[in-house]
Design a protein around this ligand. Sequence first.
Ligand code: AVJ
Length: 319
Amino acid sequence: MTKKESFQLEFEQHVTEGLKAFPKFLSSKYIYDDRGDELFQQIMALPEYYLTNAEYNIVDQYKADLRMLFENNKGFDLIELGAGDGKKTKVLLKELHENGTNFTYIPIDISQHAIDDLASSIKGTWPNMDVQGEQGTYFNVLKELAKYNQRPKAIIVLGSNIGNLSHDEAINFLKQIQEIMSPEDVLFMGFDQKKDPLTIQNAYADTTGVTQEFNRNLLHRLNKEMQADFNVDQFEHWEAYDPETGTAKSYLLATEACDVHIKKLDLKVSFNKWETIHTEISQKYDDQIVEWLANQSGLKITQIFEDNKKLFKNYLFKK
Ligand code: AVJ
C-alpha cells in the first residue's frame, strides 16, 4: 500500500468511528487538504489570530541566540514537524544562511502540497540550501526520523501545533521525540499561553467566517472524497474556550435535523437539530503545565522565550 493509500484508509476508518460515536467527533488533522491549507493561511493573516505574529516576534528577536544554540561544528539537521508555509522558520533559515551555518533543513508536514510549495520557495530564495521535505503525520514520520542520527538534531515544532493534542497525546508525542533525541540534541517548541479568555475566544471565532470555512472543510472533504451528501451550509462553527482547563474546543453544529449518506463508507448518519461534531482542540498552556508535560516525557526545559506582547512562549528542551 502506498503512503497515500494508507493515509486515506486511516482517514476513512477515523470518519466511521467518529460519526458512529456519541458524541460525534472528527479530527482537525483532516482539515488540511489544499483548500484547508489555503484557509489556514487566511486564518494566520486575521488580526484576531495573534499566535503567528507573536511567535514570529520570538523567532525574529532570538534568531541569533537560536543559531548559537543549534550550531555545531559537525553541522546539524534542522527537523521541523508541521512546517506549513514556513513563514516563521524562514527568519531562522535566513539567519543560518547568512552566517554560513552547516545544516540540512528537513520540513515535515501532513500536506504534500505545503511541503512542495515550501521547498520550491526556499529553492527560489536560497538555491544552495540543503532541503529534504517529507510528507507525513507526526506519528508516522517520527518513526522514520530515527534515521537522522549522523549528526546533532534541532527539532522544531512551531505554531502551538501541539495544542491540537490532548495532554495524554501530547505526552505520547513528546516521549516519541525524546526517544529519538541524543543528549546533544535540542527541541524548540511553541506553546500558546493562557490569557484573557476573550482574546482566545476571538482568535477562534473570527467575525469574517474564515474559521467557520476552515472547520467546514472537513465536511467538504467527506463530500468530495467519500461521496457524502452533507449540506455543509447547515453546519455552523462553534467555539468554546474553558479558562479552567485552558482548552479551546471547536465544533460543527447541525442547525437542522438531517440524515447524511456517506456512500464510500456505506454509512448513514443522522443528526438531531443542534447536535455537535467535535472537531478540534487548541490547548493553552502556562509554565506549570509545560513543565509537567516535560517531566512526564523525560525532557528538561532549558530555556524559555516570550514575545514582546507576552501572548506566546517557545520552550527549549533537552533530554
Ligand atoms: C495550527 C493547530 C496551531 O489550533 O491554533 C486555527 C489551527 N484552528 N484556527 C490552532 C487553527 C482554528 C491552529 N494550529
